[in-house]
Design a protein around this ligand. Sequence first.
Ligand code: OGA
Ligand code: ZN
Ligand code: ZN
Length: 371
Amino acid sequence: MSSTAITDSPAPWLRDNCPCGACRDPRNGQKLFQITDLPAGLSVGSVREVSGAAGTAAGAGWEVVWEPDGHRSLYPADWLDAHAPGGPRGTGGDGRTEADKELWAAADLAGRLPGASWDAYIGDRSVRIQALESVRRLGFALLRDVPRRDRMVLDVAATFGFVRRTNYGELFEVRVEPDPNNLAFTGALITPHTDNPYRDPVPTVQLLHCLRNEARGGDSGLVDGFHAAALLRREDPRAFDVLTRVPVEFTFTDARTELRAQRPLIDVDPLGRIREIRFNNRSIGTLHESAPVLEEFYAAYRRFGELLLRPELRLDFRLTPGDCLIFDNTRLLHARTAFAESGARHLQGAYADLDGLGSALAVLRRDGAAA
Ligand code: OGA
Ligand code: ZN
Ligand code: ZN
């Protein structure tokens, strides 16, 4: 590395990243100044290479003395290697977009559902890392032999994050109810959907823990919504574009609740990469757009709906008691076949979030590397 990594860097960016103890609290790494505290017209006064401890790279880097205030910064060489402007990280995603996922169709996962037994997940750090990584990369993991205890789903969520409490409670009972406020709580077939699209922010992780499944029917299905959206983009780019731009109102109403959120069916990041899917025929509301926009939207919506029903995209399986499915509710759509209401079927569900899961995974990896 030469000093050009320093001289080619925009001065405010470089200064904003000064690691010195006056710029960042050494106890927690938090920044101690505002962008408005930096002198106007900052420039690098002088640059000097600093060598590391004898025979190693540790401590090697570049010292900058700034104009006009004479502040001194020492940038480690490995930090510059990793972060210098124009490097590969610049186009990396935030871990949430299609750029960081492995898109799948049913055949890609047949016979190899990602997951682990509960005991291994709890007892073995590498198994836990693998399961959580599956949620990030494939959108889900299936834990087996999770104790069939009431409220156990909350303990599962606590292994990687924080339960998101909603109007359905801390957890929700998925079983036949006498006066259901949601079709999930009947024996009806449920087509592929994401949960709670009428919520913003939407719960980004969902858990379903199977306590009993003796009913005829009630099999599960998962569809990779990112894969479906990528297919739509290839087959009908105009429809894809419409679904990323038209805000869709989703609503949920019951005796105590009146929720609404307006988001597109396919959300993309600033580079146009697929980042979030919302799709739920039960709770889509009335759109208020001009007639031509409505025509276009409905044609595109139908197209995407047809695509999501392609059998080759849908991974079918049956939850057995003790299974706990953990999935990315911003990406995967879940479904179930109808079941006979006379048979016993009982799941407990809960919501959590991907940011907490990502943090748990990073800490497991960091502690693993330090061990
Ligand atoms: C739900 C749901 C699926 C099932 O509760 O959100 O979609 O298998 N349930 O009952
Ligand atoms: Zn500093
Ligand atoms: Zn659901």
